[in-house]
Design a protein. Sequence first.
Length: 233
Amino acid sequence: MSREQDQFLRCPSCLRRFELPSRHFPGMLQQCSNCGATFRLHEALPWHEEHSYEPQASPGIVQLQSSPSVALNQNLPPLETTSSAAEFDSGRASAVFGSMALVGLATGVVSYLMFPYLKGPEFLVYYGIIGVLMVAAVHILRQIIGRHDGLNFIGLGFFLLIGAERYLYGIQHGMHKWTYMVILMGIGSMAFLSSVTSMNDGRGGYGVAGCTSCSSCGGGCGGGCGGGCGGCG
């Protein structure tokens, strides 16, 4: 590699050539004056002589951090290879899925223990609130670890599990009139499933709104029926 090649790198976003700072280190942050992208020095692409037709090196590359000591003070993450970064993302996703499963199971157990104290209308309000919280949690987790559709299906599974538990508890205690609970389960299911497609289309948040409306619907139905929904004796 020639000396000239050693002195130049390329922006990983727009491929603009820029001159390597005289004082540099792998974790140094750079900002491209051409496209505004921010990247670490070790993420820049190599420049080759066959690209000599490109514009001259941009003098406007902003050196965001001038020394390793500054990087340490900013608690910057260490240099990672592509494989190690992928392993980190995979491990983080697995931890989130595992935690979500534990929280879902705990919610199902707590809900079952609360059934003796919840009449039909009260259960519908409780069920609606649980649905809102679950959809909101799924939405937030998708933003944190990526758009994993599995999060939606796990949340939906535990949401329906609570409804199934209520039904099994109800038939053992002489409860009947399950129409509004079934409707609530259906609306909640659509909220979970619609958030999968709506977020991919750039219309995130629809699922949360849908579940909020189902919560208010559940509360209204419970009050109007005099306890005839959600399971009553």
